[in-house]
Design a protein around this ligand. Structure first.
Ligand code: NAP
Length: 250
């Protein structure tokens, strides 16, 4: 489904008092989303592997006088259940609940044919993109159940819907992501937790520039322009939207 089919004309996006964990919050779409969610009143938990990037998002949010975020330096390629449970414990102690979980972090990996793929790199991409979100979700479910209306957003891609030569582990990980989101949405159908999966579409970020080095960055969407759609999906205005796979751009 396309976002324009479900988006209200002028969505009033209100995230006051919501506690939202965003992975890959130090750069690209995740950083813009973190800023947008903080401006909408949320307390954002900034998870990523590059602490300097996370700190600069933290500084920006604090400089605007918004709710103080939490920086969570974490390499998702090494995430295991124990670490995820520790994080869940820490969030529980500090906030008692979680209202939003955005699985945004991803590794592109090296594009090329399966015939010559580096298998340890394949495994790392799968770990970050398709395994870590399961580990994190499993650990956070109890906290998400403490929310009045929790929203989980998974991040897919065009190559998570249609296989394309040379997109290797990244494409495979995004097909897996679509499946994980669908499975979880069905399992939580009668729960207070909504699960959706978004495909941002071509967006001007470091990842896009790595995948399409010849493309003019000005010819595609900015990360900032996608933020309202994410905020809507995290907000209570989107309570009826669940189990959907959504293209954020036409
Ligand atoms: P990006 O600018 O490359 O950002 C990716 C983020 O993921 C970065 O913050 C990065 O952290 C984080 N990350 C990568 N590996 C990690 C690890 N091992 N542990 C923790 N964090 C890690 O990419 P983006 O374009 O914003 O991508 C956001 C999401 O949109 C991804 O899921 C991507 O697949 C999806 N997407 C993007 C496009 C597009 O055109 N941009 C299209 C379709 C789908 P560091 O700052 O530490 O590197």
């Amino acid at each position: 489904m396309n976002y324009s089919d479900i988006a209200p004309q002028n969505p009033s996006v209100e995230l006051h008092n919501k506690v939202i964990l965003i992975t890959g919050a130090g750069a690209g779409i995740g950083a813009q989303l973190a800023l947008g969610a903080a401006r909408a009143g949320a307390t954002v938990l900034l998870l990523g592997r590059n602490e300097e990037n996370l700190n600069s998002v933290y500084d920006q949010i604090v400089s605007e006088g918004l709710n103080e975020p939490v920086v969570i330096p974490m390499d998702l390629s090494k995430l295991d259940e124990q670490q995820a449970n520790q994080l869940s414990h820490m969030i529980g102690e500090a906030f008692g609940r979680l209202d939003g979980l955005v699985h945004n972090a991803s590794l592109l990996g090296k594009l090329g044919p399966i015939a010559t793929t580096n298998l340890s790199e394949w495994s790392q991409v799968m770990h970050v993109n398709a395994f870590a979100p399961v580990v994190l979700t499993k650990a956070m479910l109890a906290l998400l159940r403490e929310s009045d209306a929790a929203s989980i957003i998974f991040t897919s891609s065009g190559v998570g819907r249609q296989a394309r030569a040379f997109w290797g582990a990244y494409s495979a990980s995004k097909f897996a992501t679509e499946a994980i989101a669908g499975i979880l949405a069905a399992e939580l159908e009668t729960d207070g937790i909504r699960v959706n999966c978004v495909n941002p579409g071509a967006t001007n970020t470091k990842m896009r520039r790595a995948a399409f080095p010849g493309e003019s960055p000005d010819s595609i969407a900015s990360a900032e322009s996608l933020v309202p759609a994410y905020l809507f999906l995290l907000s209570d205005s989107a309570k009826a939207v669940r189990g959907a796979s959504i293209d954020l751009q036409k």
